[in-house]
Design a protein around this ligand. Structure first.
Ligand SMILES: [Ca+2]
Ligand SMILES: [Ca+2]
Length: 427
């Protein structure tokens, strides 16, 4: 290779790393290591050291109130395309007879009703809630919405019908939240799609407005995770038609959310939602949240679990002594993380790097000593296995461009960094 050319590439890489370092000066991301303590000795029977901590935007509150808003409208009866209920069978849609004039519309049937889009939404909520850090920092609640339709007219039954239900008020008791989810599934999908009603009820609870049943917590960051498989069809005119007034009602509710300091992350699930994603993407844009298209409805389970309401997209561990990078990190939506870094016997210098949603990153470094212990620490081995399995499922997250770039940058950075002084070990 032309030497001048090669030097140019190296210079360009250095420049990219320098600008990355420059961006880090003003970084708001703060990384806290809960364990191990700096300088502590870690013992394990494999050369892996467990690390736990959390990454947070330092200027923001560390408490989160999160309302999961589920679309339970009639169309969520359609199969999600995966085996949601885990019975070994993947539900597919059965053909419906051509409509008969004057007869009520037929409900679409599936070979396995347990694999509906609604079932996938409920499973997604269950998995997300189960992955959050216990201890009161995070509270979560659930709202469902649809739109009660008069079968004769296709319009609302009453002008003041509510169309949204508080399934679970905001609570830090995650097991209790999870215990209430099967009831949503048991009632099943029905009716139209009133985005505005779902959003407004979530705002009432998060902001502690009149009529709220959740205890208010003014200091917490307020987040809505808004799931839908369709477009807004209510409150205006027929519940099977998306009128401009239906969309406007949703956007008005989103503006109200912004005023209340609430961020809405929206998920458009499947073809009906993605053919016309304007309302779902606008409510995210208005509230400075993100809109995520979920092409295969079954993917909502891993997409929702990979959500980050703490604005932390990725965390990785680098052992500067052995010059290895590990992505075996379990990153929760609230910014807490746990995982493993490969280590050698003796002293290891470890760097933790986190990527924020605005594509800035931040690092901390500390030393740990590693001693290989004869005793088999089966729990740790199982935990590492669990994290690897989970991250395999969440591979969609790693495919996202900012995360791919972040990981690539770290590999390059390690390549150009001077090696840490090495100490002889038993490895
Ligand atoms: Ca099934
Ligand atoms: Ca309508």
């Amino acid at each position: 290779m032309n030497t001048l050319h090669a030097a140019g590439i190296v210079l360009a890489l250095h420049f990219a790393l320098a600008s990355l370092a420059g961006a880090e000066q003003a970084l708001p991301l703060h990384i806290r290591v809960d364990s191990p303590e700096p300088g502590a000795t870690v013992r394990n029977d494999v050369h892996q050291a467990p690390i736990r901590g959390r990454a947070l935007l330092s200027q923001r509150p560390a408490d989160f109130d999160v309302m999961i808003v589920l679309d339970i409208s009639g169309s969520t009866v359609h199969p999600a395309g995966v085996d949601v209920d885990g019975d070994g069978q993947i539900g597919v849609a059965l053909p419906v007879d051509p409509p008969v004039p004057g007869a009520p519309a037929q409900t679409p049937k599936s070979t396995d009703p347990g694999d509906s889009i609604l079932a996938a939404e409920v499973a997604a909520a269950d998995r997300l809630v189960g992955s959050l850090e216990q201890g009161g920092r995070v509270r979560v609640g659930v709202v469902s919405f649809s739109g009660d339709m008069n079968p004769d007219t296709g319009r609302r039954r009453r002008y003041d019908q509510q169309d949204a239900w508080l399934e679970v008020p905001l609570s830090a008791d995650f097991a209790a939240v999870q215990a209430r989810l099967p009831a949503i599934l048991a009632r099943g999908p029905y009716g139209g799609t009133n985005f505005a009603a779902g959003l407004r009820l979530a705002i009432t609870e998060l902001a502690g407005l009149q009529g709220a049943r959740s205890p208010s917590r003014p200091g917490a960051r307020k987040v809505v995770l808004f799931l839908t498989d369709g477009v807004p069809t209510f409150p205006v005119a027929e519940g099977s038609v998306s009128d401009p007034g239906d969309i406007e009602a949703a956007l008005t509710a989103a503006r109200l959310a912004r005023q209340a300091g609430i961020t809405v992350h929206s998920y458009g699930i499947g073809p009906s939602a993605l053919d016309n994603p304007r309302a779902a993407s606008e409510i995210a844009r208005i509230t400075q949240g993100t809109f995520l298209p979920v092409r295969k409805p079954g993917d909502i389970v891993s997409f929702l679990q990979a959500t980050s309401f703490a604005d932390v997209e990725d965390v990785s561990f680098t052992n500067l002594t052995t010059r290895e990078i590990s992505y075996d990190v379990d990153l929760a939506a609230d910014g807490s993380f746990s995982g493993f870094v490969p280590v050698r016997a003796g002293s290891n210098r470890v760097r933790i790097t986190a990527l924020a949603s605005d594509s800035t990153s931040s690092s901390v470094e500390f030393d740990l000593r590693f001693e290989r212990s004869g005793a088999s620490e089966r729990e740790l081995a199982l935990e590492l296995e669990r994290i690897r399995e989970r991250n395999k499922e969440l591979v969609l997250r790693a495919e996202r461009e900012p995360i791919r770039r972040f990981r690539e940058q770290q590999r390059k950075q390690l390549l150009f960094e001077p090696a840490e002084a090495q100490e002889e070990g038993d490895r």
